[in-house]
Write a protein that binds this ligand. Structure first.
Ligand SMILES: Cc1ncc(COP(=O)(O)O)c(C=O)c1O
Length: 380
């Protein structure tokens, strides 16, 4: 199988991730605890280690501000449910994944918040000035993605961060498509809350993710329970990260994530990103030669990640994806990609598009195979 669906989850993982998962599961898979036996301490150590690496990668205020979650959706929900109160106004965009749009829409339909959705320009970028203009006295939160999971377009987060700071509004960034690929400096970019998965470009297994919580803001705990310490306390200990981390964490998953973080450091984030962009450039060249295909979003490589979506005049996205899978053993992602608003804006709703997202282990040959399969399909 040629796997080109890394925007959904990365595959394969780097070899050290598999080795770390196996070794950890065999020797250290205890319930972490701050006052426990040697194995519990080893499990706690892997959580600490990973928090330190994340803090370094993202320039957080301290490792404890990184709270492990199940995935990016879990982190986003933790942020929404922990921050918003009745009567709040939220600014978001039409680039968002349903893991941002749906929790906000549910609160809006319940009459608890109001929401302004900023449209992207024709090429898939949000204008920070449009966000500035949408701020009203009740605006508590700006919630937006760092890069579109459909178009791959990177958003001007630092500019939005500066606007959020001057207006005393909280900025929540969904970094699902950029963490591990693009430099993110939460402090320099004015990001208060950063939600991200561990299973995409951080190369951990599924079931991993994290929420960074800056100290400027207050978040309510929404998953209360055991924390491996402070057992005498009747309520959730207020100390981070335990305040938001009730229950046994996915310590095995985090052991894999930790190995992914080490691998990124060794390989170099910039090198990974540029390798993927080279494959995108080759894909564009091939797509331009095929009749009746329309690529969505802008083509400025300096403002994008390696996610390319296209539609065909002749054949539906679902059918195209199905043929690539069944007849050519090529895994791409057809459909709406959990992002219906941007497909509406691009005129690709409700059929959706075919999304191709190469990862660090894809090669030029993979792209050539895809191009020749597409040539065969569209000429039928
Ligand atoms: C932009 C964006 N946000 C959020 C998510 C949700 O991530 P997860 O599946 O880890 O919950 C995705 C997943 O593809 C995404 O692309």
């Amino acid at each position: 199988m040629i796997y080109l669906d890394n925007a959904a989850t990365s595959f394969p993982k780097p070899e050290p991730v598999y080795l770390a998962l196996d070794a950890f599961a065999r020797t250290s898979l205890a319930n972490p605890g701050r006052a426990g036996h040697k194995m519990a301490l080893a499990a706690e150590r892997i959580l600490d280690d990973s928090r330190h690496r994340l803090n370094q990668l993202l320039n957080g205020e301290s490792p404890e501000r990184f709270v492990f979650t199940l995935n990016c959706t879990d982190a986003l929900n933790m942020a929404f449910k922990g921050v918003l109160v009745d009567g709040d106004h939220v600014i978001t965009t039409d680039l968002e994944h349903n893991s941002v749009s749906r929790p906000l829409r549910a609160l809006e339909l319940a009459g608890r918040i109001t929401v302004t959705r900023i449209p992207a320009d024709g090429e898939g970028t949000i204008d920070p000035d449009a966000i500035r203009r949408a701020i009203v006295p009740r605006t508590r939160l700006i919630a937006m993605t760092h890069a579109s999971n459909v178009l791959g377009t990177v958003q001007p987060i630092a500019e939005v961060g500066a606007i959020a700071r001057t207006s005393d509004v909280i900025l929540l960034v969904d970094a699902a498509q950029t963490v591990g690929l693009l430099p993110i400096d939460v402090r320099a970019m004015g990001i208060d809350l950063l939600a991200f998965p561990g299973h995409k470009a951080l190369y951990g297994p599924t079931g991993t993710g994290a929420l960074y919580v800056g100290s400027r803001i207050q978040v309510r705990a929404w998953r209360e329970g055991g924390t491996g310490g402070d057992s005498a306390s009747e309520t959730q200990p207020t100390e981070f990260p335990y305040f938001l981390e009730g229950g046994t964490p996915n310590v095995l998953g985090v052991a894999g994530l930790n190995a992914g973080l080490v691998w990124i450091g060794e390989r170099g984030m910039d090198k990974i990103h540029h390798h993927e962009l080279d494959l995108v450039q080759a894909l564009w060249t091939a797509l331009d030669d095929l009749p009746g295909l329309r690529v969505l979003g802008h083509r400025d490589l300096s403002r994008r990640v390696a996610t390319v979506s296209f539609v065909s005049e002749a054949i539906s996205a679902a059918e195209l994806g199905g043929i690539l899978d069944q007849s050519f053993e090529i895994a791409v992602r057809p459909g709406l990609h959990c992002a219906p608003y941007i497909h509406r804006a691009c005129g690709s709703f409700p059929e959706g598009a075919v999304r191709v997202s190469p990862g660090p282990f894809n090669t030029r040959e993979d792209i050539d195979c895809l191009a020749s399969a597409l040539r065969e399909i569209v000429s039928l």
